[in-house]
Design a binder for this molecule. Sequence first.
Ligand code: ASP
Length: 322
Amino acid sequence: MNLTPDPGHVRLALHGGAGDPPPDADGRAQREALRAIAVQAHALLVAGGSALDAVTLAVERLEECPLFNAGVGAVLNRDGRPELDAAVMDGRVRACGAVAGLARVKSPVRLARAILERTPHVFFAGAGAEALARELGLEMVEPDHFITDARRRQLAQARKAGAITLDHDHESAGDRPRDDDAAFGTVGAVARDARGHLAAATSTGGLTNKLPGRVGDSAVIGAGTFADDHSCAVSCTGTGEAFIRAGFGLAVHARLSWCGWDLDRACAEALHAVRRYGGRGGCIAVDRDGQLALPFNARSMYRAWVGADGRVHTASRPQDAD
Ligand code: ASP
């Protein structure tokens, strides 16, 4: 796919996590943050920027925003430490980069992007990934940089309940303090640029109270993050183990490529598989024709998108788009 450049081809979607926040949480702050970042990424695309640059920029900005479970404000593992995962994929040639278990790299998605562009490899984890980040000159921080008081309290609640929780699992986290409701989920972006190229990126702190060393779907290419110009770009959020078992991104790709399904049906079927494997969550996806799909099987998914009308929309619940 290499269309004559046309801003009319541009599509964009962002997510800020799916889950079951309390019924009265309106998510206004998260939607405003998503809107502001979508405006920036959309402007880049309309000016002729690549899908890969747009998703990297959007996810980096979302990592900097403490309202989401990625970068600053990421959830904490059982030992009270952040362990950050991220991935990025370029649909043109399926080039990709992924990182897992980071605590000192300021922007995990920037390291994933550097891996894609500057190494012969795809996936780095832990100490080796952080050494590579230093070698490549990326900005490093102390782990405390990512930790917020809300996340400390959220971990204490999860420990008390003996639960490993999705960031936004209001119910399973027990009587979580009200201000934790502001802290929502994993972040991701998918885009189609003016030439019709696709890209996806995802970044997360994973699950609250997760076992140290655990890696979720966000960093797993073909599961939580996937892009191929021949089919679609996908970024997921939810119970990572189930999304990995479903092979989510590749499952959607396969249905489009080999079964002739449309994007809605392919995403819905992959979400059914997630449910079968004991998980829930959602995804954002764009196909090569510019169709968008943003399905979820939780109560809510923070999301922003730009479709054929060229306008930025946001929503959290199924019916509250503006
Ligand atoms: N999918 C992420 C993980 O399992 C968590 C999330 O989306 O909130 O690491």
